[in-house]
Structures are given as C-alpha cells and as structure tokens.
Design a protein around this ligand. Structure first.
Ligand code: R5P
Length: 272
C-alpha cells in the first residue's frame, strides 16, 4: 500500500488502537431529511467525538466547518431515491472533487444479489482504479436489499467480493456468526448501526461486533436518533477504542442523559 493511502487511512483508523468510530450522516442522499438529520446543526456537537464523518459533499459544503480536525470519508455514489430501485446507483462525485475537499477516503455502495449487482461491483472496480492513482482509500458498503437475508453467508460473500475488488475497508451489517464474516475478509470491516434500536441493544451489538473482529463502526441512526446523541457516541467510542463492556458503556450513556445539555454539547473528548 502506498504512502498516501496509508496516511489517509491513519486519519480514519486511530494509529493507537487500529480502530475507528465513524459517524454516518449521509442518509439524506437517498432518503431526504432523515429523523435526527433534518437540521444538520444537531450533529455539530458530535463531530469532535468521531474519528471520521461519513458524509456527502452537499453536507460538507452546507453544514461543516472546514476548520474541523475530524477526518471525513466522502460518499460518492447515489442516483435512486428511496422511492426507486436502490441498486441503480452510480458514481456521482468525482475523484477531483474528493481531492479538492481533502477527503481521507471515498465510499460507495455495492448491491450484491440485487438487480444491478454487476454494474455496482464494476463501478467499485472503476472507482478503486481511479482512487489508486491519487492515494485515496475506498470504502465499499455492502448494501442489503429488502429481499436479502442478513446472515453470515450472504454478508461474508458481499464483504469478500468488496475486498477482492480492492477496497481498503468495508462497511456492512452485524449478523450472527459475524466472526465468520471477519475471518473471510482480509481488510478491516466497520459495521453500520442500521435502524434505531434501544440504546443497550445498539451498544451490545457494538461490543459483539468488535469482539468478533470488526475494526469499528460507521454508525448513524443509533447515535443521532438517540435521546442523548453525545452520550451514545461517547459510549460507542469507549467500547471501540477502550474495550469497555456494553453494560459499562450503557451507564456512561445514562449518566450523560442526566447531564446538563450544555455540558454534554461542549464536552470534547480526547481521540482515544
Ligand atoms: C447507508 O448506506 C448509509 O450510507 C449509512 O451511512 C449507513 O447505513 C450507516 O448508518 P446507520 O448506522 O444509520 O445504518
């Protein structure tokens, strides 16, 4: 791997732990004003707690302070809305734009087993070819169609294909026997949170994923739709980077619910 790719990856994955807490806030690219992201001001206090934001160029331009020291990985695929055929995605943001915005990585979805799986996987190959020229890491996101099962066999298949195409890291969903997915994937895996769960369940899923070999999270709704988004991201961070148990992390989250809002919003946490 060349210097540029390694250097950018070290902005996403903490060199101290080899893990990452990515905050996913890209949902609007296909589902519009998502609960918790209607006003992007809500995510500003969370940014210092994330190693990396997963974000569109629109949100960067409209809502993010360019002086931030949190890295970001740019979503570069899109096309269909939630009303259309989701697997019909294409690459929508150029590599030149990713470089101009100073992205630490670019990410796109592949739809294994869905209508347009072949085109989305070919697009991933093309994106990686271009990214290689500029030292840009690529995150492949294994999107799961409504009709697809979320078991280790399917998710393992999708992750391995992404790695074989050359993605430097993969985002997927947690499932039972996740260790089989991790064992079959030669690059780091981060898990998406999926639909909002009760906080303890989301934290337990995080602990289980890390113990089964995940290198972190790229989590959105289970953080920004929580009644204490700052408390949740700090709790997730403790599990990912410090090996805190889900039960202890849940205590942290509960304490933050009782803390005055200003105290939570102003809290800055050391990266690790
Ligand atoms: C889906 O592809 C979106 O890109 C999100 O980034 C991803 O699903 C992670 O967000 P959440 O934890 O809300 O599922």
């Amino acid at each position: 791997m060349d210097f540029g790719i390694k250097n950018r990856l070290s902005r996403i994955f903490s060199p101290k732990t080899g893990r990452t807490v990515m905050l996913a806030v890209d949902h609007g690219y296909f589902q519009g004003p998502t609960t918790g992201l209607r006003d992007m001001e809500n995510i500003i206090p969370l940014i210092p707690h994330a190693d990396c934001l997963f974000v569109t160029r629109g949100t960067l331009r409209n809502s993010i302070d360019p002086r931030t020291d949190t890295a970001f990985c740019l979503r570069v695929s899109g096309g269909p809305s939630i009303l259309g055929e989701l697997s019909n995605e294409d690459i929508t943001t150029s590599m030149e734009e990713a470089l101009r915005l100073n992205a630490s990585g670019v990410g796109m979805s592949i739809f294994v087993g869905a209508k347009n799986e072949d085109r989305t996987i070919s697009n991933l190959g093309r994106l990686i070819n271009e990214a290689q020229r500029y030292g840009m890491p690529v995150l492949a996101i294994t999107a799961v169609g409504k009709e697809m099962g979320r078991d280790a066999r399917y998710i393992g298949l999708a992750c391995r294909i992404a790695a074989e195409m050359g993605a430097q890291f993969v985002k997927t969903y947690y499932c039972d026997d996740f260790h089989k997915v991790a064992e079959g994937c030669p690059v780091p895996i981060v898990i998406a949170g999926g639909k909002k769960l009760p906080e303890m369940e989301a934290l337990q899923m995080t602990e289980n994923a890390i113990k089964a070999g995940a290198s972190g999270v790229d989590m959105g709704r289970n953080i920004f739709q929580s009644d204490s988004p700052a408390g949740m991201i700090k709790a997730v961070r403790a599990i990912v980077h410090r090996g805190t148990s889900a039960a202890e992390a849940f205590d942290m989250y509960q304490k933050s619910r009782k803390a005055p809002v200003a105290e939570v919003a102003d809290a800055r946490m050391e990266k690790v």
